[in-house]
Design a protein around this ligand. Sequence first.
Ligand code: SF4
Length: 75
Amino acid sequence: AADLPALSESDPTAKALGYVEDATKTANAKHKAGDDCTNCQFYSGGPTGRGPCQLFPGKSVNAKGWCVSHTPKKA
Ligand code: SF4
């Protein structure tokens, strides 16, 4: 599959959801230590690099990114 264009932190929807490329850098109080896109149920990419997120159709998010809609993957 073709690589999706990267979601930008300055994208209006990304901003609305507090998306960051590096989960360890967010100052958002909703962020829990250890949470990033790789352990979010909306992410369908690999453990590194970038991958799709259901909340940002047509864009790729950073595996190590995060946003306020983070929802732990079901076991
Ligand atoms: Fe990452 Fe999940 Fe937010 Fe999508 S919903 S950007 S996978 S934390």
